[in-house]
Design a protein around this ligand. Structure first.
Ligand SMILES: C[S@@+](CC[C@H](N)C(=O)[O-])C[C@H]1O[C@@H](n2cnc3c(N)ncnc32)[C@H](O)[C@@H]1O
Length: 362
């Protein structure tokens, strides 16, 4: 068995002693005898080990009665694909850096960090908990849409802001920084991406995704995956396809038109809804929204001058420091001169605003 698996006999003995892979039988001479089920378990253990999981984490994964051999294979496949993509991105970044050096070009700190394949939320995620939390009125809509689902998969779960407390939740989150910030006692979290969910078909009563779909490299593929693994799907996202959407919010209209560039090529709301075979419902944003997402401070414009507010919203990092500085300077000037108030007088009478946020339900 050690020869087949490419590990030492000592390793197998150790796995046996700690209860990780216990061979089902012994030969009359006292040798360990591995049944097909033991081999399967050993393969899972070695797969997770190769991915860098600690033995204690692996024990929890392989002992989970809700995960069968196929689900483990799917999960391992997803994680390996993710690792492969990260490695490919790292090779490409190193090539770019080598090329730049050969041409005598100095790269910026951001470009140099790219070499380590730092994903967006691994670099900005630590600023997230400062202003991002559950907005109870939006949570109520999401939880109502989950219906009577007992088992819920939360995709792109982050720190778990909208996870229903009264159901059996499993989280999926690709960023190690975000996973590490999940509170003690939060639902178990699997390192994977929406586009390749490591679960068998119809494993959950419902799957939810909140403020995350716009980060997925392939949103339609991710939504189809949610549909595959769950009978019900609930997604809180953004409609960037209705005409004049950029004009809907004063921040993008008057200060940050670069926002449009971030959503270039983004599927239409109809495409997103079709991917889950569902419908879209508008979600109005209360004026005192507790979760500091991009649109949250629509009636509290001074908040956008606060660096902590901006650092917890990826849009500001993605538009780049020049656009960010220009937008903040212009907003500060307009607030001081009264121009903002003059242009947006109507908003002050509203308690909730329609800014293109949508709940997709299937
Ligand atoms: C704005 S946060 C939202 C987190 C959480 N759902 C919430 O509402 O607080 C977006 C999350 O999507 C995750 N994400 C990025 N790409 C992803 C992908 N391909 N699949 C799943 N999640 C992804 C990020 O790592 C990040 O934690």
């Amino acid at each position: 068995m050690a020869g087949l698996a490419g590990v030492s006999v000592r390793t197998l003995h150790h796995y046996d002693e700690i209860g990780l892979v216990r061979p089902s039988a012994r030969t009359p001479a006292g040798y360990r005898a591995y049944a097909p089920g033991d081999v399967e378990r050993l393969r899972e253990v070695l797969g997770y080990r190769r991915l860098g999981f600690a033995l204690r984490e692996i024990a929890a994964l392989v002992d989970d009665p809700a995960t069968d051999a196929v689900a483990h294979l799917r999960r391992l496949r997803g994680l390996l694909e993710e690792q492969r993509d990260r490695t490919a991105a790292m090779v490409a970044a190193i090539d770019r850096e080598l090329e730049a050096r050969a041409m005598g070009i100095r790269t910026t700190p951001e470009e140099q960090l790219e070499v380590f394949g730092a994903q967006l939320y691994d670099s900005i995620g630590s600023a997230y908990p400062a202003t991002r939390r559950t907005e109870p009125r939006i949570a109520a809509r999401i939880w109502q849409a989950l219906g009577d689902a007992r088992t819920v998969l939360n995709v792109g779960a982050g720190t778990g802001s909208y996870e229903p407390p009264d159901r059996d939740v499993t989280a999926v989150e690709p960023s190690a920084v975000m996973r590490a910030q999940r509170p003690a006692g939060a639902a178990p979290c699997v390192a994977a991406s929406a586009e390749s969910l490591p679960f068998a078909d119809a494993s959950f009563d419902a799957a939810m995704a909140v403020s995350t779909v716009h980060h997925w490299p392939d949103p339609v593929a991710g939504l189809r995956e949610m549909r595959r693994v769950a009978r019900r799907v609930v997604v809180f996202t953004y409609d960037a396809s209705s005409p004049g959407w950029l004009q809907r919010f004063w921040l993008t209209r008057d200060y940050l038109p670069e926002f449009a560039g971030l959503l270039a090529g983004w599927p239409s709301l109809a495409d997103l809804t079709r991917a889950i075979e569902g419908r879209a419902e508008p979600v109005l944003i209360p004026w005192d929204c507790a979760d500091g997402f991009f649109e949250a401070h629509w009636r509290r414009p001074e908040a956008y001058l606060d660096d902590r507010v901006r650092r917890a919203v990826s849009v500001w990092t993605r538009v780049g420091p020049d656009a960010e500085q220009r937008a903040v300077d212009a907003l500060r000037d307009d607030l001081a001169s009264g121009r903002w108030a003059e242009r947006n007088r109507d908003l002050l009478a509203l308690d909730a605003a329609e800014l293109g946020l949508r709940l997709l339900v299937a």
